[in-house]
Design a protein around this ligand. Structure first.
Ligand SMILES: [Zn+2]
Length: 465
């Protein structure tokens, strides 16, 4: 029997169990519900003081910090001798701040084993080898935010279910079939560059990247040892709502076209797929007219000046995972669109692009203090940062300590608001970040700006209505 006939049959038998699928879905949702309510119940029991009706600024600050204290109980490493690698919460952001997984290697016990005692630095090879073997053991609870976003999409459920099955590696791609000895093929039929497996289909396929680039969805560079499922969920949860739909539709339609190619010999053309995804996404937007931010550029995609009396601060970061240096930038403009000042700042040893963006926003407020501004409209294209600043409850993300600091600093101004804008609206900040990185300048810009920056700012000023 030929492989071609066997494949669809196998798919029916092994991958389309509606009952077990429903049970799994139920399970995920129940767990999500239970986890959420349990957290609230626990919080309610905390014996924290109430804020009261007329709180002083200090008291308000202390009370708003308490969430940080509740969630931020992590060891300060020190010399690492008292911190157990496997049991203690020492690794911020992971499963309850602990190393996740079961592959405990007992020859290393305390965190001090992971350091070079002479130089007081990390033994990076050893540390990352321990973390790497444990990264593949992320549980579903680690992906709560991702699932919440996925099931909340406005796309038809067949698309969401496809993404869910792909994410859990339950689709009959070549590597899964090869495990069952049902296929001898292994190269991705679309790009023909890498093995077709979960990582490839979800994150690294060149054709998939081409689709995302076409729709201007920002992908991020992560360190090589970060699992592609983790990369994907971070990328997905940081995307705008419209982009999330497009990401889901792209995964689904590429899989659909891939099957047409394999089973029916239908030629694959990237232009057709792009046209299809664009049309499909627009249909969804039209039927949900309450959603703003169209895929195509609209008038909302123009930089807006702040109200009179306010200063608008656009922030951005340029991050390279190779040297781990982030260049952050903030640029201040008034209600007439005139640049009042700007700052670029170099951070070394930054963990990832999200931390870089959070630091950029933090620098924006420090800069505003230096300049003596009092009413701020802070604006950036980092959705996860803006969301995290506004979120009051528990938030286990790595950038939480920075965004809480931003929130608290914001309280010391007369007014401070935070807005997310699409990337093209943040173009001036972006251009200055690139210039700052190029010349390696850390400091305040007050007199002249690079031409790329001043031309773009002037164009935006003339567009003001
Ligand atoms: Zn591919």
């Amino acid at each position: 029997m030929g492989g071609k006939e066997a494949t669809p049959l196998y798919a029916m038998q092994c991958f389309l169990f509606p009952k077990s699928l429903c049970a799994q879905l139920q399970n995920v949702m129940n767990r999500f519900w239970w986890a959420n309510n349990k957290t609230k119940a626990l919080l309610a029991k905390q014996a924290w003081p109430k804020v009261g009706s007329y709180p002083s600024f200090t008291w308000r600050s202390i009370c708003s910090v308490r969430a940080l204290i509740e969630e931020g109980m992590v060891w300060r490493i020190g010399n690492g001798e008292c911190v157990n690698i496997w049991n203690d919460p020492w690794l911020p952001g992971r499963e309850k701040n602990r190393i996740s997984g079961h592959e405990i290697r007992l020859q290393w016990t305390s965190v001090s084993n992971l350091m070079n005692p002479d130089s007081n630095t990390w033994n990076a090879d050893l540390a990352s080898s321990l973390v790497r073997t444990n990264l593949n053991n992320y549980s579903n609870e680690e992906f709560t935010d991702f699932y919440k976003d996925l099931w909340g999409l406005n796309t038809p459920s067949k698309i969401k279910i496809h993404v869910w099955r792909l994410f859990n590696n339950w689709i009959p791609h070549y590597c899964n079939l090869a495990k069952m000895k049902l296929s001898a093929e292994s190269l991705c039929p679309l790009c023909k560059e890498e093995m077709e497996n979960l990582n490839h289909l979800l994150w690294s396929c060149r054709v998939l990247r081409q689709v995302w680039a076409y729709f201007q969805i920002r992908t991020y560079q992560f360190e090589n040892f970060v699992d592609s499922k983790v990369c994907f969920t971070r990328f997905f949860t940081a995307a705008e709502i419209q982009q999330k739909s497009i990401i889901a539709i792209s995964l689904w339609s590429l899989w659909f076209r891939r099957n047409k190619l394999i089973h029916e010999g239908m030629k694959f053309k990237i232009e057709e797929v792009l046209g299809f995804i664009r049309g499909y996404a627009q249909d969804i937007i039209l039927t949900h007219s309450n959603i703003q931010n169209h895929v195509n550029h609209s008038l909302q995609d123009i930089w807006q000046a702040p109200e009179i009396g306010f200063i608008k601060l656009n922030f951005d970061a340029s991050f390279h995972s190779k040297d781990k240096i982030a260049t952050t930038v903030v640029i201040a403009r008034d209600s007439a669109g005139i640049i009042l000042g700007a700052e670029t700042y170099l951070f070394e040893d930054v963990a990832d692009p999200f931390v870089a963006e959070a630091r950029a926003c933090e620098r924006a407020l420090i800069f505003a203090k230096t300049m003596g501004f009092s009413c701020l409209a802070v604006e950036g294209d980092a959705l996860s940062v803006i969301k995290s600043i506004k979120r009051m409850g528990i938030d286990r993300s790595v950038i939480r300590s920075v965004t809480r600091h931003i929130f608290l600093m914001g309280l010391t101004f007369e007014k401070a608001t935070y807005h997310f804008v699409p990337r093209n609206v943040n173009g001036v900040a972006h251009a200055l970040a690139l210039e700052g990185r190029r010349i390696g300048f850390s400091g305040i810009w007050s007199q002249s700006f690079p031409e790329s920056v001043s031309l773009l700012a002037e164009k935006e000023r003339r567009q003001l209505r």
